[in-house]
Design a protein around this ligand. Structure first.
Ligand code: NAP
Length: 310
């Protein structure tokens, strides 16, 4: 007979790992299924200052490494597989991956979100050739060069600060004349002599044959377009995009209730399907942070255990 897990968690980001820790500790027979890399978006975060109790210099990867270890310590198993279909109705849920089929009494959907692209011509073909969504991964490639950071939220401003370690100049391009980022983060950016701002500006095209060589920017109020070229002495420059996230939920469309791609749950992380829970950034909520993701995961796993016992 095929093994039926008590709980399958889809996604090994902070929400999924926290659920794995709580479920393992409750002795639920638990499997985490992760597509490629543990950690989700947080592994592309260079510094975590606001997670309670985080140690000085804490990075996304270091925090995730400890979470993974903790989940394993409590006996939660993990496989790497890309899920292609889910059947969530009924007492036994069927999760189909490219490599296998998994059955469980309960499921936690913790697939998170991925960085939203700007969506302008040239962006796709220049990813990894000057265009990046991860300062920790690619910042060092721009040692003593010029970098443009797109966005005005916490991620854009924090990552711009981080990128000043490498670049000789970081310019934040924001579509409005006011940042969305927390005031404390803004203050650090305004005080940093390496950071400049291009307000009321959007990128309309990224150009380059091989490497990113120039970009066209538009002033949204005047409509004026300008082409910015890589400094001759560098031959290239970096564009780091931090304009929010898109939920990774297409797999669950028409299977659980959603709003604009975000899964709807109640306060106990229950979706509209019995035995199916959602946790973390894929869920509709007001604050998407590691601290809220791990909280969601803990609640979802506790509720999954309750559901099974009852
Ligand atoms: P965000 O807060 O949604 O900010 C996205 C930024 O990108 C906004 O400034 C937005 O402009 C801009 N934007 C959106 N679409 C755009 C487009 N097509 N073209 C140009 N600009 C565009 O996203 P985030 O900064 O990635 O943060 C996501 C969540 O994680 C937030 O809840 C944030 O607080 C949290 N976070 C927290 C920390 C921290 O606390 N240390 C660090 C990172 C992230 P407008 O301002 O005009 O809308």
């Amino acid at each position: 007979m095929e093994r039926i897990y008590d709980l399958i968690i889809i996604g090994a980001g902070p929400a999924g790992l926290s659920a794995g820790i709580y479920a393992g500790r409750s002795k639920l027979d638990t499997l985490i299924v992760e597509k490629e890399k543990d950690g989700g978006q947080i592994v592309i975060t260079s510094e975590i200052e606001n997670y309670p109790g985080s140690i000085e210099g804490e990075t996304g990867p270091s925090l995730i490494e400890r979470m993974v270890h903790q989940a394993e310590h409590f006996g939660t198993a993990k496989v790497y597989d890309t899920i292609v279909n889910v059947e969530l109705e009924g007492e036994v849920k069927k999760i189909t991956g490219k490599r296998g089929e998994y059955l469980a009494k309960t499921v936690i959907l913790a697939t998170g979100a991925f960085p939203r692209p700007i969506g302008c011509p040239g962006e796709k073909k220049l990813v990894g050739k000057g265009v990046s969504y991860c300062a920790t991964c690619d910042g060092a490639l721009f040692e003593d060069m010029e970098i443009y950071v797109i966005g005005g939220g916490d991620a854009a401003v924090e990552e711009a600060l981080y990128l000043t370690r490498f670049a000789r100049k970081v310019t934040i391009i924001h579509r409005r004349d006011e940042l969305r980022a927390a005031k404390s983060i803004q203050e650090k950016a305004f005080a940093n002599p390496k950071i400049a701002f291009l307000w009321d500006t959007v990128i309309t095209e990224l150009k380059g044959d091989g490497l990113l060589e120039s970009m066209v920017v538009k002033h949204v109020k005047s409509g004026e377009e300008t082409e910015i070229f890589a400094p001759e002495e560098d031959g290239a420059f970096g564009v780091f995009v931090f304009v929010g996230f898109v939920p990774l939920s297409s797999l669950f469309e028409n299977k659980v209730k959603m709003d604009s791609g975000y899964i709807l749950t109640d306060d106990e992380m229950k979706t509209n399907i019995l035995g199916v829970f959602a946790a973390g950034d894929v869920r509709k909520k007001s604050l998407r942070q590691v601290v809220t993701a791990v909280s969601d995961g803990a609640i979802a796993a506790t509720q999954a255990e309750k559901y099974i016992t009852q």
